[in-house]
Design a protein around this ligand. Structure first.
Ligand code: FE2
Ligand code: FE2
Length: 145
């Protein structure tokens, strides 16, 4: 059973964003799935994740800019991304290679942050992009807003 599961509650209807979110979940699950080797994999996964989210955040930031999303929403979203990058950097600096406890802490943070950010912040962004661009928002997917 995957630690973090991509599902309709993560759906944005922005194909590249959705694809990248699935990829991010796969990276987190790869670390969790390494079981006793998690500690040894930690630094590598943090590096991969750092590279991947930089591209991913840049994509979302460009989509918001292109769609003319409200500046306050953009600022808030960018600030959330910056906090995540900062936190990854902290983990990278302080994680002890081979430490299972560090891997557990990182996994708890990643699953919590990604789920919350994708389900709320990214989906809110997607809803605004769909509205402004006149594109089809996936029906019923935004029902809880
Ligand atoms: Fe995202
Ligand atoms: Fe985001």
């Amino acid at each position: 059973m995957a630690l973090i599961q991509w599902g309709v509650d993560c759906y944005t209807g922005l194909p590249e964003v959705d694809r990248q979110h699935e990829e991010l979940y796969a990276l987190v699950n790869r670390l969790d799935g390494a079981k006793a080797d998690r500690g040894a994999m930690l630094e590598r996964v943090l590096d991969d994740l750092g590279d991947y989210v930089r591209d991913h955040f840049a994509l979302e930031e460009k989509l918001m800019l292109d769609a003319g999303v409200d500046a306050a929403h953009q600022d808030e979203h960018l600030a959330a991304h910056a906090v995540f990058i900062e936190r990854l950097g902290e983990f990278r600096r302080h994680s002890v290679a081979g430490s299972e406890a560090a891997a557990d802490e990182v996994l708890a943070f990643l699953t919590g942050w990604l789920k919350q950010h994708i389900q709320w912040t990214d989906r809110k962004m997607a809803m605004e992009i769909h509205t402004r661009m006149g594109t089809e928002a996936p029906h019923n997917m935004f029902a809880h807003f």
